[in-house]
Design a protein around this ligand. Structure first.
Ligand code: GLN
Length: 188
């Protein structure tokens, strides 16, 4: 059974843990360095505030070991702030967090809290899935190695590059399980 580490420093991590458990995998929370000691099969970076998460990751000594695991090929799924942590470039901002996903993102580009919205779009020409956006980052550029999984109004909103999947929306807040299942299929 897959063990999935969910970064639990801030933001919507509980919803991911529930979803992972519903789908038959075993979630655990990553809060400090020793949480990384036992082996695990996948990593989830939840939504929240990327600035806060980035700061806490560094302060807690988690940043380098987590980055090393992603670079080494650990299946990783980032949603919203998690997408920002993974991105190579943040528009108009010199900050780079893990910088492992060859996309440029523009933070808070889909409106402020009150501007949050729902939409639907197909996942890879397959099932139509619900998309919940909360002050979401917009993917404004993507590299050759990045595959688009979901497009909304001509803009990629979920992408994959090697072991990394990232979504601008919050699949953990809707009932649909397709994107989590896609991620977990890489974690066995
Ligand atoms: N606006 C947040 C950020 O910039 C992301 C929002 C979210 O994760 N729902 O980090």
């Amino acid at each position: 059974m897959s063990r999935i580490g969910v970064l639990a420093l801030q933001g919507a991590f509980i919803e991911h843990e529930r979803r992972v458990a519903e789908l038959g995998a075993t979630p655990f929370e990553i809060r400090e360095r020793h949480d990384l000691d036992a082996p695990f099969d996948g990593l989830i970076l939840p939504g929240g505030e990327s600035t806060v998460q980035g700061k806490l990751l560094r302060e807690l000594g988690l940043f380098e070991p987590v980055r090393e695991k992603i670079v080494a090929g650990l299946p990783t799924f980032g949603t919203c702030a998690g997408l920002i942590l993974l991105a190579k470039t943040i528009k108009d901002d010199p900050t780079v967090h893990f910088g492992v996903l060859d996309v440029t993102v523009e933070r808070n580009s889909y409106g402020r809290q009150l501007g949050s919205f729902h939409a639907d779009a197909p996942l890879m020409n397959g099932p139509v899935i619900p998309l919940s956006f909360i002050r979401a980052p917009k993917i404004t550029a993507l590299g050759d190695k990045v595959e688009t999984l979901v497009v909304l109004d001509g803009t990629p909103v979920a992408v994959r590059q090697d072991n990394v999947i990232a979504a601008a929306f919050h699949p953990e807040l809707d009932a649909d399980t397709n994107l989590h299942r896609l991620f977990l299929s890489r974690c066995d």
